[in-house]
Design a protein around this ligand. Structure first.
Ligand code: A3P
Length: 300
């Protein structure tokens, strides 16, 4: 608790000043450290104790939904983009806090913004807010993640009636892997992880295996529960396989629901030779990541 308060204080000193608006009765505005804000029914908005930092298309929505099955966890509805978007960060911690759900005092707030993982300024900013925060990073096979990233952009552009380039033409340039394609960089996990390890130890960052979370979510969620020191509560009966969706869906107090249609989309077919090139491309970066985290993953 002391560390959190100290973090807040340091953060308030380093973050840009909050615009001062006098209150209606002329009293000075509340200082930014007057946190948390409370509600008459005993709930209050609390800063996150857990942040899902990424990776984009790693399974972040599934993870936050599954974590929300636990009664001690309350999730922010939207991706907050506080630490990576300057326009949000300029608003200071009180704004960040205002984005959080109302929770009971013992509950832990969690937010997820997948873009945090690949933004180099974010680790320092989160550390300034709370050096003891717990971070969850969900990763999947880097090649699969690139295809998922492409698919998301494809559908976004389609919706806006914009031109979509075929996957081969973004992946390959002059017969070689196109290093200028941003989605490839996002899958160079060791590059981004190095930034985080400058501020946090491995003990603060749990890497969730996104491929395993798809294959069999329950064991993966038990590991998450344990990392967060949560009382064991998530159960096998919280998950059931939905054949139509082709993914596990959630059962919570008898109510069943699957993730949105935009989660679990079919990926484009890629020529085997190009796929092979991608696997080769990621081979070395993957090894570097395994060394960095002292753990291996079943990536091709
Ligand atoms: P695809 O849609 O490419 O299959 P994020 O939420 O970070 O954007 O990640 C989306 C990915 O979550 C999906 O990518 C899907 O593979 C994965 N996922 C994991 N568990 C899922 C589940 N139970 N239902 C749907 N998608 C799930």
């Amino acid at each position: 608790m002391a560390a959190v308060l100290l973090g807040l204080l340091l953060f308030a000193m380093q973050s840009p000043p909050v615009p001062s608006r006098p209150t209606a009765d002329g009293r000075p505005p509340l200082p930014p450290t007057s946190l948390p804000t409370s509600h008459p029914n005993g709930t209050l908005q609390q800063l996150p104790k857990i942040i899902i930092i990424g990776v984009r298309k790693g399974g972040t929505r599934a993870l936050i939904e599954m974590l929300s099955l636990h009664s001690a966890v309350a999730a922010a509805q939207n991706e907050v983009h506080f630490f990576d978007w300057e326009s949000h960060f300029q608003k200071g911690l009180p704004w960040y806090l205002s984005q959080m759900p109302y929770t009971f005092p013992g509950q832990l707030t969690v937010e997820k913004t997948p873009a945090y993982f690949t933004s180099s300024k974010v680790p320092k900013r989160i550390h300034q807010m709370d050096p003891d925060i717990k971070l969850l990073l969900i990763l999947r096979d880097p090649t699969e993640r690139v295809l998922s990233d492409y698919t998301q952009v494809f559908y976004n552009r389609l919706q806006k009636h914009k031109h979509c380039q075929p996957i081969e033409s973004v992946l390959v340039k002059d017969g070689e892997i196109n290093l200028g394609y941003k989605a490839l960089n996002r899958s160079l996990y060791y590059v981004h992880m190095q930034n985080w390890l400058q501020y946090f130890t491995l003990g603060s960052i749990y890497v969730v295996d996104g491929d395993e979370l798809i294959r069999d979510p329950f064991p993966e969620m038990k590991k998450v529960e344990s990392f967060l020191n949560l009382e064991p509560q998530i159960n096998t009966s919280n998950f059931y396989f939905n054949k139509t969706k082709g993914f596990y869906c959630l059962r919570d107090h008898g109510r069943e629901r699957c993730l949105h249609d935009s989660k679990g989309r079919a990926h484009p077919n890629v020529a085997p030779a190009i796929l092979q090139k991608l696997y080769q491309f990621f081979h070395e970066p993957n090894q570097k990541f395994f060394e960095l985290v002292g753990r291996t993953f079943n990536w091709k």
